[in-house]
Design a protein around this ligand. Structure first.
Ligand code: G3P
Length: 222
C-alpha cells in the first residue's frame, strides 16, 4: 500500500519524507490556505523537489475551460504532478482530456461507487473517496472503499488506483489496507499515530533498563 501525506506544510513533508516511507503528497485548497503559502505554483514546485512520487495539486475553477487551462499549467510544474479535479461533469471532462495527454489525474470529492465508476471511465489515475466526511454524516465511509475496490477488481482493464482520503485515525488506514486499497493519503498526525503502541513503549523501557544492568556497550565491544 502506498502512503501519501495529506498536507501542504513543507516542514511536515520534509520531516516525513526523511523516514523513507512517503510515496507521495496530496494537497487541496483548504490545506494550501492553512499552510499560509502565498504562491501556489512555487509551493507545488518545492513539494515536487522533496518527493519523487505523485504530488496532487488541485484546480481552483469549476468550469471546464478554466479547469483545463489550470490543469495544464499545474502539469507543467513537474513530471510528478497529479492534477486534482472535482468529481463533477466538467471535472471528469477535464480528467479525460488531461489523462489522454498523459497527465496524472486525481479525481477528488468522491462519495459514491457510481462516481468512482465514472472516474475510472474518464481515465483517472487516482480516485479519492472521502471516508471521514461520510462518517461525519453517519454514513459508512469504509463501506464506500470496500465497494469501489470490489467494483474495480471486476474489470482488469481499470488502472485507476483507489486513494483513500479524509482519513481521520489509524483504523481507517488499517481497514483500507485489509480491503486492498492501493493508496492512503494520511494527515501527518495520523501517520505518527501509526507508530504508537503502549506495549512497544513499555517493552522498550524494560529492555533499556535490563541492558544497562549488563554494563556493556555494543559500540565499544572488542
Ligand atoms: O485531501 C482531501 C481529504 O483528505 C480531506 O480530508 O479531513 O478535510 O475531510 P478532511
Amino acid at each position: 500500500m502506498k502512503f501519501f501525506v495529506d498536507t501542504a506544510d513543507i516542514a511536515e513533508i520534509k520531516d516525513l519524507a526523511s523516514t523513507g516511507l512517503l510515496d507521495g503528497v496530496t494537497t487541496n485548497p483548504s490545506l494550501v490556505a492553512k499552510s499560509g503559502a502565498k504562491n501556489f505554483i512555487s509551493l507545488i514546485e518545492s513539494i515536487c523537489e522533496i518527493v519523487d512520487g505523485p504530488v496532487s495539486a488541485e484546480v481552483a475553477a469549476t468550469d471546464y475551460a478554466t479547469m483545463l487551462k489550470e490543469g495544464q499549467r499545474l502539469a507543467k510544474i513537474a513530471n510528478n504532478v497529479a492534477v486534482k479535479v472535482p468529481l463533477t461533469e466538467d471535472g471528469l471532462k477535464v480528467c479525460k482530456a488531461l489523462s489522454d495527454d498523459g497527465t496524472m489525474v486525481n479525481v477528488t470529492l468522491c462519495f459514491s461507487p457510481a462516481q468512482a465508476i465514472l472516474a475510472a471511465k474518464a481515465g483517472a489515475t487516482f480516485i479519492s473517496p472521502f471516508v471521514g466526511r461520510l462518517d461525519d454524516i453517519s454514513m459508512d465511509g469504509m463501506q464506500l472503499i470496500s465497494d469501489i475496490v470490489q467494483i474495480y477488481e471486476q474489470y482488469p482493464a481499470i488502472t485507476t488506483e483507489v486513494l483513500v482520503a479524509s482519513i481521520r485515525h489509524p483504523i481507517h488506514l488499517v481497514e483500507s489496507a485489509k480491503m486492498g486499497a492501493h493508496v492512503a493519503t494520511i494527515p501527518p498526525k495520523v501517520i505518527r499515530q501509526l507508530y504508537q503502541h503502549p506495549l512497544t513503549d513499555k517493552g522498550l523501557a524494560a529492555f533499556v533498563e535490563d541492558w544497562a544492568k549488563t554494563g556493556q556497550s555494543i559500540l565499544d565491544a572488542a
